[in-house]
Design a protein around this ligand. Structure first.
Ligand SMILES: [Zn+2]
Length: 273
C-alpha cells in the first residue's frame, strides 16, 4: 500500500480517537437529544477502492473557451490535449485508475468537477489550465493549491449546510454526532491541504527540470476546483497563452510529451512518499 494510503488510514484513526474524545468531553446538556455515542466500534466506513484514483480536469470546455491567444488558440483545447496525454501515461500503471472530468469539448460546471472527484473517492485531482496574464512578457508554469482563507470560507459554507458531512467522499459520518463530525471534517480538511501542498511541491520539483517556472511557483488561491474537502487537489497553469513563446511551445507535441511525462512522474513520486 502506498505511503499516502497508510497516512490516510492513520489520519482517520486519529480523527476517530479525537472525535471520541470530543464527544466524551461534551457535557450532556450540550449534546443533541439521543446523541449517537462515538466508540472505537464506530460505524465509520472506510470505502477506499484498491486502486489509486486520479482525476485529471481539463480546464474550461464547450461554450467556455477559457483564455484565447492573439492567434486564436483556445485554452480549452490545450488543456484537453494535455489531459489526454497525461491520462495515457498514467494508465500504463496498473496501480492507477484515471478519469477525466471531460473527454470532449463540452462544458462542465466547476463544482460538478469536484463533486465527480469526491464521488469517485479520488486520491488526487489535477486541474490543467493555460490562462492569460495581463503582462504578455510573463511566462512560466505555476501550481496552485487552496489558500487558507478559501479553506476557511469553505468550512463556513459547510457549517450552513444541513448535512455537512456529505462533503466527504471517503467517510460515512451520517451516524456521528455534530461535535464528532466537526472534529473529523476539520482534520480531514487540514490533512488534505497538507497533501495538496506536498503534491504541488513535487510537481514544482519535477517540472522545474523540464519547463520554465513562474517565480513563487507554488501559489495559493480560492479556485472552486480546489475546494474538495478530502481530495488532494492542485491546479496547474501550464503556461500563459498571452506570452508568444509559451503559446508556441504549448502546442508542440514534443513539449506536451515532456510536460505530461514529468507530471506523470510527479504522480509516481507523490504516491511513493
Ligand atoms: Zn483556465
Amino acid at each position: 500500500m502506498p505511503g499516502s494510503g497508510n497516512k490516510f488510514v492513520l489520519m482517520i484513526l486519529l480523527a476517530i480517537f479525537l472525535a471520541a474524545a470530543v464527544a466524551s468531553a461534551t457535557p450532556l446538556s450540550m449534546q443533541h437529544e439521543k446523541p449517537h455515542p462515538v466508540t472505537a466500534k464506530s460505524k465509520i466506513i472506510l470505502q477506499k477502492p484498491a486502486k489509486l484514483v486520479i482525476i485529471i480536469d481539463p480546464g474550461h470546455g464547450g461554450n467556455d473557451p477559457g483564455a484565447i491567444s492573439e492567434s486564436g488558440l483556445k485554452e480549452k483545447n490545450i488543456t484537453l490535449q494535455y489531459a489526454k496525454n497525461l491520462r495515457a501515461l498514467l494508465a500504463k500503471n496498473a496501480k492507477y485508475k484515471v478519469f477525466l472530468t471531460r473527454t470532449k469539448d463540452v462544458y462542465v460546471g466547476l463544482k460538478e468537477r469536484t463533486v465527480k472527484a469526491r464521488d469517485l473517492h479520488a486520491d488526487l485531482f489535477i486541474s490543467l489550465h493555460a490562462d492569460i496574464n495581463p503582462d504578455a512578457k510573463v511566462r512560466g508554469l505555476s501550481v496552485y493549491t487552496l489558500s487558507s482563507a478559501a479553506a476557511a470560507d469553505e468550512m463556513e459554507k459547510l457549517d450552513n449546510q444541513p448535512d455537512k458531512a456529505s462533503a466527504l467522499g471517503h467517510l460515512d459520518l451520517s451516524r456521528e454526532n455534530k461535535d464528532a463530525k466537526d472534529v473529523v471534517i476539520d482534520l480531514v480538511q487540514s490533512e488534505n491541504r497538507n497533501a495538496s501542498a506536498k503534491f504541488a511541491e513535487v510537481v514544482v520539483h519535477e517540472l522545474g527540470g523540464q519547463a520554465r517556472l513562474l517565480g513563487h511557483s507554488h501559489r495559493f488561491a480560492g479556485y472552486v476546483v480546489l475546494t474538495g474537502i478530502d481530495v488532494p487537489s492542485v491546479l496547474i497553469e501550464l503556461g500563459y497563452l498571452s506570452n508568444k513563446y509559451e503559446e508556441k511551445m504549448l502546442v508542440k507535441p514534443d513539449y506536451r510529451k515532456k510536460l505530461a511525462g514529468a507530471l506523470a512522474h510527479a504522480v509516481d513520486v507523490y504516491f511513493r512518499k
